[in-house]
Design a binder for this molecule. Structure first.
Ligand SMILES: Cc1cc2nc3c(=O)[nH]c(=O)nc-3n(C[C@H](O)[C@H](O)[C@H](O)COP(=O)(O)OP(=O)(O)OC[C@H]3O[C@@H](n4cnc5c(N)ncnc54)[C@H](O)[C@@H]3O)c2cc1C
Length: 362
């Protein structure tokens, strides 16, 4: 009888949960370990673009996910300096809160394979058996053949495989918030509205996230705008100041956001790692390739990764194929993300503003 390789998935974000879902569909056993309590209520939301929606269709999750989010019909961009407003059709695009999205995947999984409050703190590889011994913060240890590292942007497993892999701080930060109000969502009419003022050093984006939730973000050029300290009161004061620069009909969204629903994000430029796998430890999603938020491809590329990896696992194909197929795509996301960041940081160099994320028609 054939013995299937045991799989541990570290991290229960988009990459980890969607891989768990795909493995469940093909009947492959696994255990998923997530350091948090798994409620996912400390994140905001994202845009699932055409490439992500197509994969959700293939996974059979499209309808369930769409039921929880809001399909965006139009991107409306107001440019402060020129006074121009442009409307763009951004193709298939769904806005959804992180909590709704991850819970939609999770309800399809067997709870007995998911382990929460399990923070991985150490991995040791036995050179002879090639087994990976995992040690968790609570003292639990367990061995696996394959370890999938989907432990996010600041992945410890990426550091374990590539210690000292360089990352550069970028002169860019984001404050994000979530405001609950049905009437405001209705008034937004499926539009993603953005107030662009890169000359002053900030943009504000407003997106309906579900029937009663508005997601919003402030992008800031920290060379031009004084970034607040990372505490709720300082962020709140900063948001109030920025809200004065957008039309009155929208500034209540920023000002009425609960203080506990405000987050300040610091981002880095991280170059491509040498390889997305070393032996049978595979990096997935943000752990493999942290992307600048300008790309709007964090969640979509995590889905692309997990769909490909589950196919390779079922067909017992080499993880080298994962590298071959994903590296060129990710290199393009990195390039585009940096380009969009440059447009925001140095608007004087560009005549025309691009739609502020990568559009993929495929
Ligand atoms: C709290 C949070 C909020 C976010 N909010 C937004 C947002 O508003 N908008 C947006 O565009 N993107 C957001 N993101 C990023 C977005 O979820 C990812 O870019 C995208 O979904 C790719 O997912 P991922 O699974 O690769 O990484 P993530 O979604 O970051 O998932 C990584 C998971 O690994 C877990 N983990 C990390 N280290 C360990 C460890 N040692 N042991 C066990 N588990 C571990 C983390 O708790 C996390 O659940 C957020 C991420 C997080 C963690």
């Amino acid at each position: 009888m054939e013995i299937k390789k045991s799989i541990a998935i570290i991290g229960g974000g988009t990459a980890g949960l969607s891989l768990a879902y795909n493995l469940t569909q093909i009947g492959h056993d696994f255990k998923l370990f997530e350091r948090s309590d798994g409620l996912h209520d400390n994140g905001l939301g994202f845009l699932i673009m055409a490439n992500g929606l197509k994969l959700l269709k293939q996974m059979g999750l499209h309808q369930q996910v769409c039921d929880q989010g809001v399909l965006i019909d139009e991107y409306v961009s107001h440019h402060k300096t020129t006074g121009n407003t442009s409307k763009t059709n951004i193709g298939d695009c769904l806005a959804i809160s992180r909590e709704d999205f991850l819970n939609t995947i999770k309800v399809n999984l067997n709870k007995e394979q998911l382990f929460f409050n399990k923070k991985l703190i150490e991995i040791e590889v036995d050179q002879e058996s090639k087994k990976k011994k995992l040690t968790f913060q609570d003292g639990h240890t367990e061995e696996f053949d394959i370890v999938v590292a989907s432990d996010g942007f600041h992945s410890d497993l990426r550091n374990f495989l590539f210690p000292g892999h360089p990352k550069q701080l970028v002169p860019y930060k984001e404050v994000v918030g979530m405001y609950k109000d049905k009437n405001t969502v209705a008034a937004l009419q499926h539009q993603f509205i953005k107030f662009n003022d890169p000359e002053s050093g900030f943009n504000v984006g407003i997106i309906p996230g579900n029937t009663d939730t508005v997601l919003w973000f402030i992008q800031m050029n920290v060379n031009k705008v004084k970034c607040p300290e990372n505490n709720q009161e300082a962020i709140k004061a900063f948001v109030k100041e920025i809200s004065n620069h957008i039309p009155d009909e929208y500034n209540h969204i920023l000002n009425n956001t609960e203080t506990s629903k405000l987050y300040l994000w610091t981002l880095f430029n991280v170059d491509l790692v040498e390889s997305f796998h070393v032996n049978d430890i595979v990096l997935l999603g943000d752990a493999a390739h942290p992307l600048l938020s300008f790309t709007s491809q964090g969640v979509n590329s995590a889905l692309e990764d997990s769909c490909l990896l589950s196919k390779l696992i079922i067909n017992k194909e080499s993880f080298e194929l994962f590298n071959e197929k994903r590296k060129p795509v990710i290199a393009e996301y990195l390039y585009e993300g940096r380009n969009l960041l440059d447009q925001f940081i140095h608007p004087e160099k560009y005549d025309n503003f691009k739609v502020p994320f990568i559009q993929l028609s495929k």
